[in-house]
Ligand binder design. Structure first.
Ligand code: BGP
Length: 489
């Protein structure tokens, strides 16, 4: 098939951007919010800033939404802070609810559809202390109480709900996000934690359908598809195994309500089966999702790793200097290797626009459910130029190429309803503070300034739309018709 013309996006396609409460809000001790585990975890990333102030969205809500409206957004995906809404067990915080009402009302007034994540890495400390994180099953009732509060308070205006952000990545990188805190044997206990999270997800799905008129809800897997290194048959199996262990086992469960045969065998062989109680699987199976929200930035490549290969754990690039990512080897399964056909970001993330088309096709072919992109974007070192502007051509190219491929996936027959890039304003990266900058709108603050500020008044935090802001506004205004296709394909 040849694609000489620009792909067509359907009428009513929702264009927007994405954020998470702890990465953008700040105001951690304001409005009755109590601490979350991510407050503690983000301090471990020093010299990068923690989340105390972040982009100070807490005090810039109206200004930020006005900028979204200026860009022509039709959607905005953000998360709610559990401990802002439920600061202690059984207590609903009116100030927290009022903060999100202000945001949601501003969005609705500007015809921007809110897409709301219930959980994005910020477990309240009171939950952590009482239920050992996600380990004790008491967390299920606590999470359900929180979700029901959100549906009751916001469900009249919020119709798209997302349950748990990147549950797969939280389990795969538990140590990076602090989820392993208190675990004696993370490699075993993580599967119990994962099972409890599945039950929480199921409770959220059922409560949403019960309480929100016209409400739709889906999970948010983080997708990094695996390509096999070669046509060697064992490399094909290695890529399939990698997909099973990093993505597919979660997605199969969300859709079919069952752990698939591959993961059950993997658990059994390694003596790490989770505790599944009577009634658990029936509950999970009864919770039917409406769509997939997908975060997709990059792809991976792998080849078969023989059983006698030496084990090597993955090590993320935490410095922003190319070449610091350590490719893992999992004997008997797969070895990750660099892709010679693509460029990489300064954090060694493969820049592979086609992976977006690949991922859409993969998920559509397996599950036949509508999809939305809730994260895709380009993280870079960035500062204000001598002319006071931010000329982010590399981001524009990245987004153009990725969204074009998303359009091709739609022409391939995939049902995609929305694209939300990561992020709207610059915000705190998960592990690299303000140094790894995403977004269409620059926020004038550095990690050092955030670390040293005694009060908010010392900081500029000025919003400066980047060149990508104007470019994306055109993409929205033309419903994708101004995107440029790759040369020579
Ligand atoms: C996703 C997370 C986001 C965000 C993004 C970029 O996995 O859902 O919260 O952080 O990745 O990652 P990073 O900030 O590490 O560059």
């Amino acid at each position: 098939m040849k694609y000489r013309d620009n792909p067509k996006f359907p009428a009513g396609f929702m264009w927007g951007a994405s954020s998470a409460a702890w990465q953008v809000e700040g105001g951690v001790a304001e409005g009755g919010r109590t601490p979350a585990i991510i407050d503690i975890n983000s301090k471990t990333k020093y010299p990068f800033a923690d989340n105390s102030i972040a982009s100070d969205h807490y005090h810039h809500v109206e200004e930020d939404v006005a900028l979204m409206a200026k860009a022509g957004f039709s959607s905005y995906r953000f998360s709610l802070s559990w401990s802002r809404i439920i600061p202690e067990e059984g207590v609903v915080n009116p100030e927290g609810v009022a903060f999100y009402n202000k945001l949601i009302d501003a969005l609705v007034a500007n015809n921007i559809t809110p897409i709301v994540t219930l959980y994005h890495y910020d477990l309240p400390v009171w939950v952590d202390e009482k239920y050992k994180g996600w380990y004790d099953r008491g967390v299920i009732d606590a999470f359900e109480f929180y979700c029901r509060t959100c549906f009751r308070e916001f469900g009249d205006r919020v119709k798209y709900w997302l349950s748990i952000n990147e549950q797969n990545m939280q389990i795969l990188y538990g140590n990076w996000l602090g989820l392993d805190k208190g675990c004696k044997d993370w490699n075993k206990e993580k599967w119990d934690i994962n099972h409890t999270m599945n039950l929480c997800h199921a409770k959220a799905v059922l409560a949403c359908h019960e309480m929100v008129e016209g409400g739709k809800i889906g999970p948010v897997p983080g997708y990094v598809p695996f390509y096999p290194d070669s046509c060697r048959p064992l490399d094909q199996i290695a890529a399939m195994d990698a997909e099973e262990l990093t993505e597919k086992m979660w997605d199969d469960l969300y859709v079919f309500g069952e752990y698939n045969g591959f993961i059950k065998r993997y658990w059994k062989e390694n003596g790490i089966e989770p505790k599944i109680l009577p009634g658990d699987m029936e509950l999970i199976k009864s919770a039917k999702i409406d769509f997939f929200a997908i975060n997709c930035y990059r792809s991976n490549v792998c080849k078969y790793a023989p059983t006698d290969a030496s084990y090597m754990d993955i090590e993320l690039n935490k410095t922003g200097e190319k070449g610091n990512f350590k490719y893992p080897i999992y004997p008997g399964l797969y070895e990750m290797i660099p892709n010679p056909f693509v460029e990489r970001t300064d954090w060694d993330w493969d820049i592979d626009p086609v992976c977006l088309r690949y991922t859409m096709r993969y998920v559509w072919d397996h599950y036949h459910l509508p999809m939305m992109i809730t994260e895709n974007g380009f993280g870079a070192h960035e500062s204000i130029g001598p002319d006071g502007k931010i000329h982010d051509e590399a981001r524009i190219k990245f987004l153009n190429d990725h969204i074009y491929q998303l359009g091709l996936a739609i022409e391939d027959g995939c049902d995609v309803i929305s694209f939300n890039l990561w992020s709207f304003t610059v915000l705190l990266s998960t592990g690299n503070g303000m140094e790894k900058r995403y977004g269409l709108v620059y926020v004038d603050v550095t990690d050092d300034q955030l670390n040293n500020a005694k009060s908010l008044d010392e900081l500029s935090l000025k919003r400066i739309p980047k060149d990508s802001f104007d470019w994306y506004s055109k993409v929205i205004a033309t419903n994708g018709a101004c995107l440029k296709g790759p040369e020579g394909e």
